[in-house]
Design a protein around this ligand. Structure first.
Ligand SMILES: N[C@@H](CCC(=O)O)C(=O)O
Length: 313
C-alpha cells in the first residue's frame, strides 16, 4: 500500500504541482509586511519526507521563505516544555475565534482578558513572552536553537530584512501587545516580546526544513531519523489539535473537511502539514486566498489528501 502510494507520488507530484500552480493567479501576496510583497506570486513548492528519510519534492521546494505564523506552533511547544500546561493555559485559551489572525475584536469580550488561542497573533505574543531566558536575546536564541534541532538544520537563520520590515510596520501587533500588557497577561515588556515574536516569525526555511519539523510531530515528538525524542508526546497532541482547530486561520473548518490533516500556514505562503505516523510535509506558495492561506498550497494538499485518502476523519 505505502509502496504504491510512494510510486504514485513519484509519478504524479510534478504534474499536480503544475496544475495547482495555475490557481495562484487568483491569490494575492501579503503586502502589509513590505518585504513579503517581493515574493514570486506563482511560486509553488512541496517536500514530502517519510520516517526512513526518503523524500520527494516538486516545484520550487528549494527556495527559502520566512516561517511567519508557522513558528507559533513550535513556540507554543517550547513554552509548554518550559512551564507545563496549567501555567500556559492560564494566559491563553484553547478555542478557535473564527476571526482574522490579527483581530483584536474579541480581546475585550472575555474575562479574564486572555487571548482565545495560541495561534492567533495575540495568543502567540503572550506565548513568546513566556519563553524562558534572561533577556530577549537569550529567549530568541533558545527558540532558534530549538527550531534548528527540530529541522535537523544547524544553519537556520533569521531573514533580517523581513524582521526589520515587520518591526517597522507592525502597528497592529504593537497595539495588541500594549493591550495585553495593560491586562497583565504579558510576561515581559512590549518591546522585548515583539522583538522575540518578530524574530521567530522571520526564521528562514525551505520546504525540506518544514517537512522535517512536521515529521517530528507526525511521530509524536520523536525524530524518526535520529531516534531522539525532542518533544513530550502530550505537547505534540496539544499542538496538533490546535493545528486542526485553528491552524489555517478562519479557513480551518473548510480545510479540516477538504484535507483532514493538522496544518499550520503563514502569511509568507508556507504551510506545514503531516500525515500522522507517515509523512512530514512542507509547502510554499506565496499567493494567498481571502483567509490568508496559500491558495495553490491549500489546493495541492487537498488534492493529495483526497487522492491518497489521508484524511484523519
Ligand atoms: N508576523 C506575522 C505573522 C502572521 C501570520 O503568518 O499569520 C504577523 O504577525 O502579522
Amino acid at each position: 500500500m505505502a509502496v504504491n502510494e510512494w510510486e504514485q507520488l513519484k509519478l504524479h507530484l510534478d504534474k499536480w504541482v503544475e496544475e495547482c500552480r495555475e490557481t495562484s493567479a487568483a491569490g494575492k501576496v501579503a503586502e502589509y509586511i513590505p518585504e513579503l510583497s517581493k515574493a514570486k506570486p506563482d511560486m509553488l513548492g512541496i517536500h514530502i519526507l517519510d520516517a526512513k528519510g526518503r523524500s520527494i519534492s516538486a516545484g520550487e521546494a528549494q527556495d527559502s521563505f520566512t516561517m511567519q505564523s508557522i513558528s507559533k506552533v513550535f513556540t507554543l511547544i517550547l513554552a509548554l516544555m518550559d512551564h507545563g500546561e496549567s501555567a500556559v493555559f492560564s494566559k491563553v485559551g484553547m478555542e478557535p475565534t473564527g476571526d482574522h489572525f490579527n483581530s483584536i475584536m474579541k480581546l475585550e469580550l472575555v474575562q479574564p482578558a486572555i487571548p482565545f488561542n495560541p495561534l492567533i497573533n495575540a495568543g502567540a505574543i503572550v506565548v513568546s513572552s513566556m519563553i524562558k531566558g534572561e533577556n530577549a536575546e537569550a529567549k530568541s536564541a533558545r527558540i532558534l536553537a530549538f527550531f534548528r534541532e527540530l529541522a535537523g538544520n544547524p544553519n537556520l537563520e533569521y531573514d533580517m530584512q523581513v524582521y526589520i520590515s515587520e518591526s517597522k510596520t507592525a502597528h497592529l501587533n504593537r497595539s495588541i501587545a500594549y493591550f495585553l500588557l495593560d491586562k497583565g497577561v504579558l510576561g515581559c515588556g512590549v518591546d522585548e516580546v515583539l522583538d522575540i515574536y518578530f524574530r521567530h516569525c522571520a526564521i528562514k526555511v525551505c520546504c525540506a526544513d518544514l517537512a522535517r519539523m512536521a515529521l517530528v510531530l507526525a511521530f509524536d515528538g520523536k525524530d524518526p531519523l535520529t531516534g531522539k525524542t525532542l518533544i513530550p508526546r502530550r505537547y505534540v497532541q496539544i499542538a496538533k489539535t490546535f493545528m486542526v482547530t485553528c491552524g489555517m486561520y478562519n479557513g480551518s473548518g473548510e480545510f479540516a473537511i477538504e484535507a483532514g490533516l493538522p496544518a499550520k500556514s503563514g502569511v509568507s505562503g508556507g504551510i506545514l502539514t503531516l500525515v500522522p505516523g507517515r509523512y512530514g510535509i512542507g509547502v510554499v506558495g506565496p499567493a494567498l486566498n481571502s483567509k490568508g492561506n496559500s491558495i495553490a498550497g491549500v489546493q495541492l494538499i487537498e488534492r493529495l489528501s483526497q487522492t491518497l485518502d489521508w484524511s484523519l476523519f
